[in-house]
Design a protein around this ligand. Structure first.
Ligand SMILES: CC(C)(COP(=O)(O)OP(=O)(O)OC[C@H]1O[C@@H](n2cnc3c(N)ncnc32)[C@H](O)[C@@H]1OP(=O)(O)O)[C@@H](O)C(=O)NCCC(=O)NCCS
Length: 180
């Protein structure tokens, strides 16, 4: 018997991606089977703040599995990012690695922008790590322009109770909503 594997098989997958608000049942699935285990508390707290109207939590779902996410902060302690009435901040944008480059990130941003327009916002901001030029290119193509920089320091506590500080210097970009 040969130990050779069969020749490659290729077929085309057609699948609907639904962009929608996050649901409680999405929270464990957002951990992507361990990849984002460390953000369990972040996702839970974001969902609570979403329910209280302080944030938006948006997912891209494939067969009801959240394969992408973007969160929106309505107000922050720093008005450069969001001020609670005119300017809101998109963050935590991420698409499941195997599905990147298929338009899901763009669709998530478009959906978040439409939600903000419906709520009367004029400006949207987004931060991108200085070492992530590919994401920056995407945002610029969608109409975002750089106007600020930030040390990108924030912290979270993982499910084991361990504290982590992220130090990710970033550019802050903004876009006038409805401008393309
Ligand atoms: C950045 C990201 C959210 C974009 O979502 P996406 O669904 O891959 O993006 P789209 O298919 O809508 O658009 C593709 C564009 O995104 C940019 N991009 C950034 N990172 C990418 C990646 N890992 N794979 C593919 N495209 C990427 C490219 O500029 C690409 O444009 P191009 O075709 O001219 O190269 C996604 O790639 C991702 O999750 N990357 C890792 C996490 C990350 O960098 N998040 C952004 C933090 S600011």
């Amino acid at each position: 018997m040969s130990d050779q594997l069969a020749a490659l098989t290729t077929f085309t997958l057609t699948a609907d991606i639904v962009i929608r608000p996050a649901r409680y049942e999405d929270l464990p699935l957002l951990e992507w089977h361990g990849l984002f285990w460390h953000f369990r508390n972040v996702f839970r707290d974001t969902f609570l703040e979403y329910q209280q109207g302080h944030r938006l939590m948006i997912v891209a779902a494939l067969n009801d599995f959240p394969v992408g996410r973007v969160f929106v902060q309505i107000s922050t302690g720093n008005p450069v990012y969001a001020d609670g009435f005119d300017r809101a901040y998109l963050y935590s944008l991420h698409v499941l690695p195997a599905l990147q480059g298929n338009g899901i990130g763009t669709a998530l941003i478009n959906y978040a922008e439409r939600e903000l327009i419906n709520r009367g916002y004029t400006w949207v901001t987004i931060a991108v790590a200085k070492d992530n030029p590919a994401a920056r290119r995407l945002y610029e193509r969608l109409g975002y322009v750089q106007y600020h920089e930030d040390s990108g320091i924030w912290s979270y506590i993982d499910p084991d109770g361990q504290g982590h500080t992220i130090n990710e210097p970033c550019w802050v970009l903004k876009k006038r909503l409805g401008s393309g």
